[in-house]
Design a protein around this ligand. Structure first.
Ligand SMILES: Cc1cc2nc3c(=O)[nH]c(=O)nc-3n(C[C@H](O)[C@H](O)[C@H](O)COP(=O)(O)OP(=O)(O)OC[C@H]3O[C@@H](n4cnc5c(N)ncnc54)[C@H](O)[C@@H]3O)c2cc1C
Length: 444
């Protein structure tokens, strides 16, 4: 189905806007393949628009898979399930839990679609846990020629390797087969500690907990630590359904409203940032986790994030991470850059995916945020210089200033990826001007 012409498409933060010629909401693969075959202009697949970079922006067609969502099949014995790529992450937990299955890890929010989250390497925290893309064992891809390909390690392995993290550049992925774990519950802890104490004990803390992360408001000397561990006692009595999960993420809490007001105040009075950083450190420790609370994993991972911001995130090699975050904080303080947000620090297991920021190395991610009502240029430019000095690789969905020349250098399998992509899209039907800046290296 083709809906309307020249509608406005906007991302979550409001920083990316596009007026595509058409927004497609196909109901099945045959309809999608026919639309792709008959369309002459450029095409971009889109999920929930939660990327901060203009990955989905297109003057041609934008494809939404909102009508291709839900569970296709689950195999609890094999620990696998097939889901439509348009499934929102908040629906995945309840759908899998009905079969005793769960994702091994998730990110901070659950508003994304599987297609978008997997396609950018979205991750949570845990040194032994990879990004969502590492859970993929098979994909169905609709290509620029309108072919419907089922790809996995034994059927077209090169295309499969490239497609599982491909920022929508190889066509539209309609289904994912995922390797899962048995349903599990988590217990939460959150506390405030001196930044130095935590940074000096990072390896130990990461080993002690299944999920370890911390938030550092850069003008404070303390950080907010959050840990999650598997609960081995009596399982939670009830599980939330899809409607409840959907509603939970949209609810605007009192803390959210207060934080929104603080962001506006910091914008008006930048020198107030250090005061609020000390205050927010204490307030966040109380609000981020409920110590002792036990919930199903997919109810525990996501928090509502309703104050709009823009974000930059780089993955650095884990052994350099403590030094890297110290350097970022020092730089923000030295340059007196105002922000109301903390830096988030997480661990991610290394993997073997060609375009994964975690490819070939155990990593830690450092994320900096700026209120959507404030200019992020100074903050992101200063932090990016530091991230790059620590061999950082940017998150595909978050802001950065790298181009194909940089990526060809950063990723050992870059040319292999481009060769696979060109095989299924030789004319670049899925490339927008923005994607061309990411992919064109000047190297033939
Ligand atoms: C509040 C907030 C919190 C976040 N928290 C985290 C976090 O904890 N961890 C983390 O790693 N990231 C996080 N992110 C980033 C986010 O997970 C990614 O940007 C993700 O890609 C967004 O998913 P989406 O469904 O909105 O995809 P979109 O942003 O709409 O699309 C992302 C990419 O996927 C492609 N794509 C989408 N669907 C398909 C498909 N069916 N076939 C092929 N390609 C497709 C698009 O073309 C595009 O290139 C966060 C973002 C926000 C706004």
């Amino acid at each position: 189905m083709t809906t309307g012409t020249h509608q406005t498409w906007t991302n979550w933060s409001g920083g990316v806007k596009a007026t595509p010629e058409a927004i497609w909401r196909p109901r099945d693969e045959a309809e999608l393949a026919a639309l792709i075959r008959s369309f002459k202009g450029p095409i971009r697949p889109a999920g929930s628009g939660h990327s901060f970079t203009p990955l989905c922006a297109s003057s041609g067609a934008v494809v939404s898979l909102e009508n291709m969502n839900g569970l296709i099949a689950a195999d609890p014995e094999a620990g696998e399930a097939e889901l439509w790529a348009g499934t929102p992450v908040y629906a995945v937990g309840p759908l899998l839990h009905a079969h005793g299955l769960a994702l091994a890890n998730q990110g901070d929010i659950d508003r994304q679609t599987l297609g978008g989250a997997i396609g950018t390497g979205t991750h949570g925290t845990g040194p032994d846990l990879g990004s969502l893309a590492t859970m993929v064992t098979g994909v169905t891809l609709v290509t620029a020629a309108g072919d419907i390909l089922n790809l996995d390690r034994s059927n077209e392995p090169e295309l499969f390797e490239a497609a599982r993290l491909s920022i929508g550049s190889m066509g539209v992925i309609t289904r994912f087969r995922l390797k899962l774990v048995p349903s599990y519950a988590l217990t939460e802890t959150s506390y405030v500690a001196d930044a130095d104490t935590i940074l000096n004990d990072l390896d130990n803390l990461a080993r002690l907990h299944r999920h370890f992360e911390f938030f550092w408001f850069p003008y404070a000397d303390q950080v907010v630590v959050k840990t999650l561990d598997v609960w081995r006692g009596e399982p939670p009595g009830r599980a939330l359904d899809i409607a409840a999960m959907k509603a939970r993420g949209e609810r605007i809490s009192r803390d959210d409203k207060l934080f929104g007001m603080i962001c506006k105040f910091v914008k008006a009075v930048p020198r107030s940032a250090p005061f609020f950083h000390r205050l927010l450190t204490k307030q966040m420790a109380a609000g981020e986790a409920r110590p002792g609370r036990v919930r199903w994993s997919w109810e525990t991972f996501p928090s509502a994030r309703n104050t709009r911001f823009n974000e930059m995130e780089y993955a650095v090699p884990a052994p350099m991470a403590a030094e890297a975050i110290r350097a970022v904080v020092a730089r923000i303080r030295k340059d007196r850059i105002p922000t109301a947000f903390p830096i988030e620090f997480r661990f991610v297991q290394g993997d073997d995916i060609w375009l994964s920021p975690f490819s070939g190395r155990a990593s830690a991610t450092l994320s900096v945020h700026q209120f959507a009502g404030m200019d992020q240029t100074r903050l992101f430019k200063a932090c990016e210089e530091v991230f790059r000095a620590y061999e950082g690789r940017p998150h595909w969905g978050k802001q950065h200033n790298l181009t194909g020349r940089d990526f060809a250098w950063i990723y050992p399998d870059w040319q292999r990826f481009q060769a696979a992509r060109r095989r299924v899209d030789p004319e670049g039907k899925f490339l927008s001007p923005y994607l061309r800046t990411l992919f064109e290296t000047g190297i033939a």
